[in-house]
Structure formats: C-alpha cells, structure tokens
Design a protein around this ligand. Structure first.
Ligand code: 6GU
Length: 233
C-alpha cells in the first residue's frame, strides 16, 4: 500500500515514519509513504506562498487552488497506480473501523492535509476527493489525522502486525463492537490488588466465559451505544 501525503508541514511526519511498527512495514515493502511539501508547487517563486485571503472577507487564510491541483496531478504521475484522493477535514465523513477496513483494500492514496481555514472550494470541485474526518472536534491541521488514517489502515494489511491474528479480535474489528476484557501479567499481587483467581487456574472454558462477561460489562458501562438496542420483552 502506498500513501502520498501532501502537507505544508512535512517535518511533522518524520518521527512517526521512523517509529517501529510502521518502519518495519516499510522495510518489509508492505507500505510505502512519501511526504510531499505543498510549498514546492507554489506559483510564488519568491516566498513560496500557497495561501491567500478569502474573497468576501472573513478571518483566516485559504489554501489556493492552483498549487493543490498541480501538486495532486504531479504526484499521481509518480506511480502508475491511480491513487484515491483523500482530503482531511472536519467536514468529512467520520472515519470508523468499518471504513478503515474498506480503505485497506485499495492500494494507493493521496492524502491532502488542510491548514488555515481550509481550501478554496475549487480544490473540491476539481479533485472531487473523498473527505474524511477523524472525529467531532477541531484540529489545527490534517497532519495528525493523516497519521491516524495511515496507522489504522496499515494494521489491516496482512503481515504488518507481528501476529496475523492480532487485528481480528480488536474491539472494533470485523463487526466486533465490544470492548476488550481486562488483562493481567505478573506479579500476581500488587498493593493488595490480586489477579482474578479464574485466570490462574488454567481452566480455559472458565477463562473464556469470564472474559466474555467482563467485555460485556465494560461495554455496557462505558459504551452502551455499541450494543444492539435492548429487546423490549
Ligand atoms: Cl481530518 N482535520 C481537522 N483540521 N480537524 C479535524 C479532523 C480533520 N478530523 C477531526 N477534526
């Protein structure tokens, strides 16, 4: 899977890109990530400006149409594989696990990170991107959201996680809408808090039953919105 990330702040990605899981996936050739500095497509050769004030007035600056459209066209040509253009914005469709799983089946994305008050409307009219949001709050830019998108998507690629099974029982994976049960490791007791006895006796049926109950209890307590509506009678 290939991501071409288009941003005004390419440095933001360097720490994330060299982090272990992603780095391993890149080294194993399962994932390729290219970060492109939108400023390189500025039509203003002197100051590399890419934003301007909105017509009609109002606060803030908008990212201009020309550099973005030219950048996306040039970046598309960098690989023969047609990339789906994604624009990260609080106006977009909310990213959730089913959407992440859907996205993981395509192999190339161009990801546009917004800043300032957003993009000139013609960016959307011309590129017709898939608009995605990562939740109902406002970020200062799309860069953090781009990392969320990449992180959530690549862990669906077979071989990216050490243990092939480990994404299958994730809380929200494959229609799973239940929270995880509590887990314990050594020591058996710390500051008077003991590991539940059932986990220590090797009775795998009892352990599975306890875990299922705890998952359900947690989900009911914390995220009852995930559970199917209660049957009346
Ligand atoms: Cl994708 N961008 C910005 N700026 N804010 C957001 C977001 C994206 N998703 C949630 N809030």
């Amino acid at each position: 899977m290939r991501f071409d990330i288009i941003t005004l702040f390419p440095e933001i990605f360097s720490g994330y890109l060299t982090q272990s899981l992603l780095n391993k996936a890149i080294e194993a050739s399962l994932v390729e990530i290219f970060v492109h500095d939108l400023r390189k497509w500025s039509t203003d050769l002197k100051h590399h400006k890419i934003d301007d004030r909105p017509f009609g007035g109002g606060p803030g600056m908008l990212i201009c149409v020309e550099p973005v459209v030219r950048c996306v066209e040039d970046v598309q040509k960098m690989s023969p594989l047609e990339g789906i253009v994604v624009l990260l914005t609080p106006q977009g469709q909310r990213l959730d696990q089913p959407l992440v799983e859907q996205l993981s089946s395509h192999s190339r994305y161009l990801v546009l990170c917004g800043r300032y008050e957003g993009f000139d409307q013609r960016v959307l009219d011309i590129l017709n991107p898939m608009e995605l949001s990562i939740g109902d709050y406002v970020l200062n830019g799309g860069e953090v959201a781009a990392m969320v998108l990449v992180d959530a998507t690549i862990r669906m690629i077979p071989g990216v996680l050490g243990d092939e099974q480990s994404s299958v029982d994730d809380s929200f994976s494959r229609g799973n809408r239940i929270l995880e049960f509590p887990q314990y490791t050594r020591p058996r007791e710390f500051r008077g808090l003991a590991v539940p006895e059932v986990l220590l006796n090797g009775n795998h049926e009892a352990i599975a039953a306890w875990r299922a109950t705890e998952s359900l209890r947690r989900t009911a307590e914390r995220r009852s919105d995930l559970l199917p509506p209660a049957q009346s009678q």
